[in-house]
Design a protein around this ligand. Structure first.
Ligand code: FAD
Length: 420
């Protein structure tokens, strides 16, 4: 069976036989590289290797069960050990999985000839039909993400300090680190064009969402467990990898989903949060305007209630009152939480938040919405910041986020918060 995070095995070193198979364990569980059938194929072949001891075969059998993936601590430990060994092996990035495994075993002090093992590992690699050298190069040949560098530091006092800083959230942080150590998260070249960088960071965000990480702070019915501290720890851990990803992730799950969670009614939360938390509904948080950043109270965008149709009319009064710097707006968001002055009749009730669809299913701005691109920035170019103008866009009455304010069909305003 795979180890658990608290297993005493965490503190023992692997036997050379196990070490020789580590590159295969890595590729077996690296996200999306192998199918369950291929993992089972490795398992069958490893079980037949007489140069491995019965104990080693039994242990490997547990780690290569397609129905029981290893826990994050174990997987991350393999990754760390491979990287640490590669550091001491010349030309590690040019090796096949079999060559790397055999060399690692030699480094770990294997007794006797290793040719049989090397030949057997090469056969397994050939049977898989995967590009082993490419996988090895991606794992050990690129500049590692900062999270991996932190993981590779071994002195006991560093491990202790890390455990102390990680605290009760250590398993979550380890899980994020493991996800980020996948080859899919390797950095593109520094000259990557802005458009491409935005798509890469969107893909990274999607991968994290696919593993349920985006919904951490959301209610159970939306895929989470109301863990706000966990969400902050997630952002912090991602920040060691890439700040564009941190911001993209924060805008989607913290600002967009977070606004619905904090300001929406129970029904609104049940309607939107699962899709916001899984990224099925990409969104943005449209508060700032060109003329009003810190001074939110005086935002100029209006949402005027029309009792005849039971709609709000969202409008940008002048060209310079557009929403500015909005993350996710330039390319990816389909919906925005828009902060606007709520007007009923002649009276303004102050700034309220509204759910506003800004793009159709094909990614085009919907009629009544104009979207601009903030363009290339000094940094954070994986985030598509943009500008939004509204031209008398009509949205249903139900799209006012109603936890703290309601407007009845006839236009009667109610709020538990007193306003002067
Ligand atoms: C990369 C990027 C991404 C962003 N993403 C989003 C987003 O997704 N959604 C969104 O709604 N907004 C977003 N913003 C906007 C951001 O929230 C605003 O820039 C921020 O609120 C500051 O507003 P401002 O730029 O208008 O600066 P201002 O409010 O004009 O402030 C300018 C300066 O004046 C100072 N100042 C302001 N008021 C006072 C005061 N009363 N007393 C003393 N000093 C004061 C400020 O500290 C600052 O130094 C983003 C901005 C950037 C740069």
């Amino acid at each position: 069976m795979p180890e658990t995070a608290s297993s005493p095995e965490d503190h023992t070193s692997y036997s050379p036989g196990i070490v020789s198979v580590l590159p295969f364990l890595y590729i077996a569980w690296a996200d999306g590289l192998l199918t369950s059938t291929q993992i089972a194929e490795i398992n069958t072949r490893v079980a037949a290797q007489s140069w491995l001891s019965p104990d080693e075969r039994e242990r490997l059998r547990g780690w290569l069960d397609p129905d029981h993936p290893p826990d994050a601590t174990t997987y991350y430990r393999w990754v760390r050990q491979i990287k640490a060994s590669a550091h001491d092996l010349p030309s590690a990035a040019q090796k096949s999985l079999a060559e790397l495994g055999a060399d690692m075993a030699r480094l770990a002090g294997v007794d006797g000839p290793i040719d049989e093992a090397k030949r057997a590992l090469a056969e397994i690699e050939a049977a898989l039909g995967v590009v082993g050298r490419e996988a090895v190069r991606e794992l050990v040949g690129e500049r590692p993400p900062v999270a991996d560098v932190a993981g590779a530091v071994v002195p006991a006092e560093v491990a202790g300090l890390r455990a102390s800083l990680d605290g009760r959230l250590a398993p979550l942080r380890d899980r994020i680190r493991t996800l980020l150590s996948d080859p899919a998260f390797r950095y593109p070249g520094t000259e990557t064009p802005t458009e491409e960088m935005r798509e890469i960071v969107l893909g990274w965000t999607r991968r994290l969402a696919d593993h349920g990480v985006g919904a951490v702070a959301l209610p159970e019915y939306a895929g989470g467990h109301d863990d706000h501290e966990g969400f902050i720890a997630t952002l912090e851990t991602i920040a060691y990898h890439d700040l564009s990803l941190t911001i993209k992730f924060g805008v989607q799950f913290g600002l967009f989903a977070g606004a619905i969670r904090a300001l929406g009614s129970d029904a609104q939360k049940r309607t939107y949060l699962a899709d916001a938390g899984s990224l099925a509904l990409p969104g943005c948080f449209a508060m700032t305007e060109r003329g009003h950043g810190s001074n939110v109270r005086d935002l100029q965008t209006t949402a005027t209630y029309d009792a005849a149709t039971q709609e709000f009319v969202v409008n940008t009064p002048t060209e310079n009152d557009h929403k500015e710097w909005i993350g996710n707006a330039a390319a990816h968001a389909r919906m925005a939480t828009v902060f606007a002055q709520l007007v009923i009749g002649e009276q303004s009730h102050g700034v309220h938040a509204f759910l506003v669809a800004i793009r159709d299913g094909g990614g085009e701005p919907i009629p009544g919405v104009r979207i601009g691109d903030s363009g290339h920035k000094l940094g954070l170019n994986g985030v598509d910041n943009g500008r939004i103008w509204f031209d008398h866009l009509r949205i249903p009455r139900e799209n006012l986020l109603t936890r703290f304010a309601q407007v009845s069909a006839d236009g009667t305003y109610a709020s538990p918060i007193p306003s002067s």
